[in-house]
Design a protein around this ligand. Structure first.
Ligand code: SME
Length: 160
């Protein structure tokens, strides 16, 4: 496993993912520990410029509980249907929120967060958690992020 990531500087987001995704795959290859792999995946994603907070929440006893993350401290538990994370869980779909102040019920773990994407992690048709990325910039996420973060969510699902 290579421990250093090589990230093209100043490249468009799509090119960053193109460079990062194979390196992330290599990062978790041959390692069976779930938490270690998720922690490293979150750290790798945090290398993307503008990603202020990157982390996972996992469903435990019918609520989302904070898992491995990178960034400022965050709320520990989120109820189903609450906030962007709980809504992505309830609706079982990726949510892109260009302006968190316009999302009813958004949970402001950090006052610096301006936009957000949440991807459900699904296994056997059940949501087992969510992958959440926050940005300090408005309108920071697009379909490019959704597609690539869904790849990462799929890996997490397969490892679980
Ligand atoms: N903003 C999220 C809460 C999690 S933090 O962003 C890390 C939400 O509304 O669900």
């Amino acid at each position: 496993m290579a421990e250093d990531l090589s990230i093209p500087q100043g490249a468009p987001r799509e090119d960053l993912y193109k460079a990062l995704i194979p390196q992330m795959a290599a990062l978790i290859e041959g390692e069976a520990d779930f938490v270690a792999n998720v922690a490293n995946l979150m750290a790798a994603l945090k290398e993307i410029p503008g990603f202020m907070w990157v982390g996972c929440y996992f469903v435990k006893n019918n609520e989302l509980v904070l898992g491995p993350f990178q960034g400022p401290v965050a709320c520990t538990r989120i109820q189903k249907g609450k906030g962007v994370c709980g809504t992505a869980w309830a609706e079982k779909q990726t949510l892109i929120v260009p302006d968190v102040d316009q999302f009813p019920g958004h949970i402001a773990c950090s006052s610096l967060s301006r936009s957000e994407i949440v991807v459900p992690i699904v296994k056997n048709n059940e949501v087992l958690g969510v992958l959440d990325v926050d940005s300090a910039e408005l309108d920071s996420f697009s379909e490019v992020d959704a597609i690539n973060l869904q790849i990462v969510a799929q890996w997490i699902s397969e490892m679980h």
